[in-house]
Design a protein around this ligand. Structure first.
Ligand code: SF4
Ligand code: SF4
Length: 280
């Protein structure tokens, strides 16, 4: 099975949950624009399912993005045990499998993959390439410092998957979108479509950088049967992060820290040289 097809199932599932949660948790009788304009927002029903990819609760079982947990600890300066416990499962998955959240679950990554397909089909096969360095770690450290100093979450304000979940919530609950969220999403999608593939993920996303660092020693990796490789370069061409799987097994210094195990290179390889492997 192509990894891309399996990923689509997970990505659509996440999107479905992000759409279903606000619809399930709000009372449609109270959706009145006049009341919203007056600041009287609809009263949510008591819901047992709520949240998005930043923090999610299902009948009392909570799952929290490790960065969301860290940010909450820094903002509150309290080590709240249930919060720490809720981040353990995603933390373990990242340590073992790398930042699979980015390729298998992230709704923003899903949208960015769709825009790339659209762009490839419609126009601009030759794209302008925006040279952008990797600023994810500077942004991450700066945001966490601000969080600590001002005791308020900062990354959650612009974490793209969280923004997608939040905007869907606003749209389906209040029938509106926030200006900041809309501008951020439109800006990232436009730059990604016109200028450079996955520039947000490669250069700016602090959560992606955080997960990359956590998953640097992961067990699940892309491996290569070097003897099968015909050096066609297809794997390099499809990698959204500009990695060079063609050098796997050849260049000792090959750095796959940012690989999110999306499997696009594996799917594209015409000779079946690339595969998922568990590093001992
Ligand atoms: S796509 Fe496969 S055959 Fe082509 S260069 Fe990459 S690993 Fe080698
Ligand atoms: S190296 Fe392969 S699996 Fe890793 S990010 Fe690039 S295309 Fe995806």
């Amino acid at each position: 099975m192509k990894a891309e097809h399996a990923r689509r199932i997970f990505q659509l599932l996440v999107l479905g949950v992000l759409i279903a949660v606000p619809m399930y948790s709000q009372n449609p009788i109270e959706w009145a624009p006049s009341r919203i304009a007056m600041g009287e927002l609809p009263t949510p029903r008591v819901s047992r399912v709520w949240g998005d990819t930043w923090s999610f609760s299902f009948y009392g079982v909570s799952i929290t993005h490790p960065l969301a947990a860290l940010e909450a600890v820094l903002a509150s300066r309290v080590l709240y045990l249930p919060l720490i416990l809720s981040a353990l499962l995603p933390l373990l998955v990242t340590l073992l499998m790398g930042r699979v959240f980015c390729s298998w679950l992230c709704p923003a990554g899903f949208l960015l993959e769709l825009t790339q397909r659209l762009r490839g089909r419609l126009w601009m096969r030759r794209r302008l390439v925006l040279i952008a360095g990797d600023h994810r770690y500077q942004l991450l450290v700066f945001s966490l410092l601000l969080t600590l100093l001002f005791a308020t979450p900062v990354v959650s304000a612009f974490d793209l998957p969280h923004v997608v979940g939040r905007e869907l919530f606003y749209l389906l609950t209040y029938g509106t979108l926030s200006t900041g969220g809309l501008l951020l999403l439109a800006g990232v999608l436009t730059v990604d479509t016109l200028a450079a593939r996955r520039v947000w993920c490669r250069s700016l996303c602090p959560a992606g950088g955080f997960l990359s660092a956590l998953g640097a020693k992961r067990l699940l990796r892309i491996g290569k049967k070097v003897e099968r490789c015909i050096f066609c370069g297809e794997c390099n061409r499809v990698c959204p992060y500009g990695l060079r799987p063609v050098e796997l097994g050849i260049d000792k210094d090959y750095n796959d820290k940012d690989c999110d195990n999306c499997g696009l290179c594996r799917d594209a390889c015409p000779s079946g040289a690339l595969y998922y492997r568990i590093r001992r």
